[in-house]
Design a protein around this ligand. Structure first.
Ligand code: AKG
Length: 193
């Protein structure tokens, strides 16, 4: 399921607020080596242990909670959010399945339009079977069954010079043991800096 969920002005303001957040590159452990990603990220809510080097989650902020409430009105409850910033098209995310068997994955896209691919793993490689644009202000919902069957990626797009931010919410059947809750909703949820 894929659709535009935010008015253009809302999406622009949200993008400015998110892109200004303090995010750090990820360290991905693969083939016994650590790789530093061009992508930057920060987690909120429940810890999402997708990699041995994954960062710990921060407490929900009012900004991320405000987005979560709107997403939950479509998906039902979620446990955590991973905000990822792609400074330009040289940053992407390779073929993977989301770890921990999430029941649902919902990803809000803001900023530069990028593409999203679904693929079938065959032996050591992955063959793309579907590709779609991720438009500014759109929400992509991936049911757990699709994540279990197909891999997905945001491929590198060298012609894209502008940044993109995604906020990916996940619901896990078994709530991760380590989780932080408690948004403060008493002030402007998403001040743009
Ligand atoms: O940035 C995105 O929209 C997708 C991110 C993603 O594939 C993931 O967090 O597993």
């Amino acid at each position: 399921m894929h659709g535009r969920v935010r008015r253009a002005e809302d999406a622009n303001e949200l993008f400015r607020a998110l892109v200004a957040m303090d995010m750090a590159p990820e360290v991905i452990r693969m083939y016994g080596r650590n790789f530093i990603t061009k992508r930057r990220s920060i987690q909120f809510g429940a810890d999402y242990d997708y990699n041995a080097t994954a960062k710990r989650a921060e407490e929900w902020t009012s900004c991320i909670s405000a987005i979560r409430e709107r997403v939950e009105s479509v998906t039902g409850p979620v446990n955590g959010a991973l905000v990822q910033s792609y400074p330009d098209g040289k940053a992407g995310i390779g073929w993977h399945r989301d770890a921990g068997q999430p029941e649902v994955i919902a990803s809000l896209s803001l900023g530069a339009q990028r593409e999203f691919g679904f693929g079938v793993a065959t032996g050591g490689s992955c063959k793309e079977v579907w590709r779609m644009p991720l438009k500014h202000g759109s929400l992509l919902i991936i049911p757990g069954t699709v994540n279990g069957t197909l891999k997905h990626r945001v491929p590198v797009a060298r012609l894209v010079k502008e940044p993109r931010v995604s906020v990916t919410f996940r619901r896990f059947a078994k709530r991760p043991s380590s989780s932080v809750i408690g948004p403060d909703l008493n002030h402007d949820p998403c001040p743009a800096r």
